[in-house]
Ligand binder design. Sequence first.
Ligand SMILES: Cc1cc2nc3c(=O)[nH]c(=O)nc-3n(C[C@H](O)[C@H](O)[C@H](O)COP(=O)(O)O)c2cc1C
Length: 404
Amino acid sequence: MTDLSSKALNIEDLRQMAKRRLTKALFDFCDKGSEDQVAMRDNRAALDAIKLMPRVLNNTSARHARTTFFNEELGLPLMIGPTGPAGFVWYRGETQLAKAAAKKNIPFTLASTSNTAMERVIQNGGGTQWFQLYVWRDPEAAFVTVQRALDAGFEALVVTVDSPVYNNREIDVRNGLVFPPKVTLKTAADSLRHPRWLFGTAGKYYLAERRLPAFTNIHIPEEARASATGYVSAKSDSFLNRDDTMDWDYVRRLRDVWPKKLLLKGILHPEDAVKAADAGADGIFVSNHAGNTNDAAITPWDALPDIVEAVGGRLAIIADSGVRRGSDVLKALALGADLVAIGRATLWGVGAAGEAGASRALDILEAEILRTMAVLGVADVASIGREHIRLPGELPVSRSAKRA
Ligand SMILES: Cc1cc2nc3c(=O)[nH]c(=O)nc-3n(C[C@H](O)[C@H](O)[C@H](O)COP(=O)(O)O)c2cc1C
């Protein structure tokens, strides 16, 4: 079959391809944020408002984008962050993402709410893989999942801490979307309008397993099974509602049982970054979850400088939310991030064309990173620093005033 994604010139092209292939409900779940989409817009506005300071005549012909993270050499200053619906947008989509990441020699993070068994993704996907943990209504049950992830061979545990309650995603409620999926008149009509997804993904799962995709990586205790339904519109008494009892002691308990790298995802306050380091974390994701959790949250790009000042050197810092171009990646590094995570770019890629589409997303970002490095006059990413950017307040008065 021809790989349509090879025609994509940029990440937006992959987004449009995914939009055509996926059901409306699934595409909106991947594409939209919570409530009024303010945080999502702010993420882009914050990145766009940062300007690069090009340097010329530096002979960058030998430039490369390799970097070192957790003592490992990576092909790019990127990683693929956890996105729950990867296996819903493509048959075994998680494995396709892992393979694409392995080809570029960058880490892939498997989401708690994925539906291909973690052991299978590790085995078939290859490369460096991390596991992301959501903690549900029974915080003790999470320890069973953590042990399973350790046994399976994941290199790092990413504990998402910015979602103590389920996100207010009104768009999904309107679209009638729930996980595990339910067939209703509305969802059936949506599926029939998208036969490539219906037969290429849902149909393949049905043929292979005689059922629709389900959560396979969440430990649900026997007594909680009956209430473990309806993720997305999870009622407060559902097992699949998130856990609002989590605290720093809980992180310390996870630290005690997880001997490998431990990262907290969704830190936006410098004092929380300090607490993460004090609790024994190895790294943090400075992230507003791509605008999916708190629609009024500060952007990671505005939060990053204070966090780097507070904990730079004590913790590895990964930043994400809104990255669509190679220049965004370089801006993040200039702000002090050690690595940049991407969510939607590769999710749209895999939703458009499986592993080929995810690889296309990474190829596009790599080419843009290398091109932007040339115009910045740097030959390696370690040379990128604060001097390569100007924040809005540092631009000539007339320009920053106009922006405000
Ligand atoms: C559809 C979707 C599903 C996501 N699922 C998860 C998840 O299961 N766990 C998690 O920690 N983050 C999740 N995220 C957040 C991503 O890991 C990441 O923080 C974010 O997508 C980065 O922003 P970007 O998509 O603009 O690149 C999800 C994001 C999207 C768009």
